[in-house]
Every structure is written in C-alpha cells, then in structure tokens.
Ligand binder design. Structure first.
Ligand SMILES: [Zn+2]
Ligand SMILES: [Zn+2]
Length: 347
C-alpha cells in the first residue's frame, strides 16, 4: 500500500477531516496521479448527507480532478510521469457488456466503478475520491489533459462538463439548433458555453432575473424568467433541446411546454421519480430524457472540444483546507459556478 493525505468524512458529523489514506500499489495497467485540483460537485453533498451517521467510516468525496502522472504500471503505454491528466466520476467498468462495447462505460450493465464510494472490481475495497493528494487509477479511465486548458478550470469538465456534453451531442445540437438551459449552476453554465460553441442559439431559463448579465456573458442570446407567464408563453414550443440542470425536485410541465415539436427535455440535475402529464408530451410529440456522466470516447472528445474552443468552468479556487466551507456554501448555491479545491496544501 501507498499512503497519501486526503479529506475524509467523519461519519457522525459529515465534517471532512484531514486524514492519512491508503492507496493500492500500482497494478500493471494503473497510473498514480498527483491530484492538483478537484471540483466540488453536488453529488459530494448528497454522498455526505447519505453517509452521515453511517457505519462505514471511509468516505472521501471528489470525482472531477486534474493532476500530473507520477508513476505508471508496467503495462501502461499511453502515459508517462509528468503528463497532465484528468479523471472523472467513473474509474472502471466490466468492459464486456453492450454498453461498454459501444463506449458508454457510464451505463455499464454491471454498473461502473465509481471514483469514490464504489467497490474496486479486483480487491473489493471501497474507492476513496479525489479530495486527496494522490489517486491510483486504471490508465484506461484517465484522460490526457489537452494543452491550453487551465488545469483548475478544467477539473469540473470531468463531471459537470461531460454530463451536459453527452446529451448535447446525442441530441444532435449544432448550428441552427435552439437550446434552452434551465438552472445556471455548475452544469448549466457549462451547458450554455458548450451549446453556444457547438453553434446553437442558446437561451437561459431562470426563476429570477438576477443572472441575466451573467447568462449573456456565457453566450446566451436570450434570458427567460420562468415566473413571467407572458414570456414563457412567448417561447412555447420553441426549443429543440431543453437541458434541465435544476438540482431540486420540480414540476417538469413548464419546461416541457417550451420544448419544440419532436424536441427533447433532458432532465439532468435531479435524480428520482418525476410526475409527467402525458398530454404535455402528446401535444408536439415531445420527448423526456436523462443522462449522466460520460463514456470514455465522449469524455476524450469533450476535452478536445473544450481545448479547441477555450472552454473551462468559471470557478472559485480555494485551498483544500476550506473544503467544509465550500460544501456549506454549495448547499446554499452560493457559488459562481463551481468550487475547485487546490490540493497543494496537503503536502
Ligand atoms: Zn459530480
Ligand atoms: Zn459493462
């Protein structure tokens, strides 16, 4: 075993404390990554809430990070020590099912191994995440970080970014598309940037008018306040794709109403049961869909696209020692638009 330092949840209080962690010795197809920057995702908050009071003491969140390769296993050919690298929220999959065979490891029928809180397919140990100074990962699930991408701003691309990228691509968004993004947070602000860079005319749907200037700055042409009934009626049946990144449970009906005929509402921010009035789908043959994370090919594509178009997340960079404050502020949506932790204070 190798040891490193990370931020681990105290099971009684959900507070993260600086702790010595064990990482596995490198397997032939592993690389060891010195984690430089790790994004703070809503999933981390959910995991901590679910974990509070639990019996299993080991929870280290963090599943969107960038860093530098420090060591490679004997069979690794694609990476060398010193290479900049990025890792997202899945670190292994069965490799054999239909989903894995078409490069959708995120939908692996045997369930992908999650970057934290997952179970390693070989040793059965619980995976510990990227809120740490070092991570050991199968090289196949690490991605070269393209030159020109800021390593801190790129970290959130590996979860928030690819989660909006896959549906934008799968739904054929490109020049001429009309896209609306609901919810302007970690996912939403990247959806606006990516859809605009893909050539779509992009709008933002928001409950309050206070983010209008920011939305324009991100590339949105139009800003629609969803509580303004007249404005919502004016954009009825308008958008080919609506990317819904709102993280709290909410009524889908207003968002379905603004989807164009044969268009799709992609419901990404909230996981769980939803209620849909089928008439809202019937009138206009509208589709309701969801997605999450990304397969290996589309993750690599997304990073190349972002490098070519200069897209990174808008972040607030904090020393990792402020991780608990970051989580607290994220819970109140007090961030524009993603916290990223600088891990250099763990040395
Ligand atoms: Zn995430
Ligand atoms: Zn599989």
């Amino acid at each position: 075993m190798r040891s490193t330092i990370g931020w681990q949840a105290d099971s009684a209080t959900r507070t993260l404390r600086r702790t010595v962690l064990e990482r596995r010795d490198l397997r032939a197809d592993d690389i060891a990554v010195r984690v430089e920057y790790c994004g703070v995702c809503h999933t981390d908050l959910h995991a901590l809430r679910a974990h509070g009071g639990g019996a299993d003491g080991a929870l280290v969140p963090g599943h969107e990070f960038t860093g530098v390769v420090v060591e490679v296993g004997d069979a690794v050919s694609g990476f060398s020590p010193g290479d900049p690298v990025a890792v997202g929220n899945i670190v292994d999959s069965c490799g054999e099912c239909r989903m894995c065979q078409v490069g959708q490891e995120n939908f692996c029928r045997a369930f992908p191994t999650l970057t934290y809180g997952g179970t390693d397919r070989q040793d059965g140990r619980t995976t510990l995440g990227g809120y740490s100074r070092e991570y050991v990962v199968r090289a196949a699930f690490a991605y070269p970080l393209p030159e020109g991408l800021d390593a801190a701003g790129a970290a959130p691309l590996l979860c928030a970014g690819v989660t909006v990228w896959e549906p934008l691509r799968a739904l054929g968004v490109g020049p001429g598309s009309a896209v609306a993004v609901a919810g302007l947070g970690g996912l939403g602000h990247l959806a606006v940037k990516m859809a605009s860079a893909l050539g779509a005319t992009t709008s933002v749907l928001s409950r309050t008018p206070d983010k209008v200037g920011e939305a324009r700055g991100l590339g949105a042409r139009e800003f629609v306040v969803t509580t303004d009934a007249a404005r919502m009626e004016a954009v009825r049946d308008r958008f080919d794709v609506v990317i819904d990144t709102i993280s709290a449970p909410h009524d889908l009906a207003p968002y379905l109403r603004v989807v164009a005929m044969d268009g799709t509402l992609s419901h990404l921010g909230h996981l769980g049961p939803v209620t849909v009035e089928t008439m809202d789908l019937l009138a206009g043959r509208k589709k309701l869909s969801s997605a999450g994370s990304g397969g290996r090919p589309s993750t690599a594509d997304m990073l190349r696209f972002c490098a070519a178009h200069g897209i990174t997340a808008d972040i607030e960079l904090l020393p990792s020692s402020q991780v608990n404050q970051a989580l607290e502020r994220l819970e109140r949506n007090d961030v524009r638009y993603r916290f990223v932790l600088d891990m250099s204070d763990l040395d």
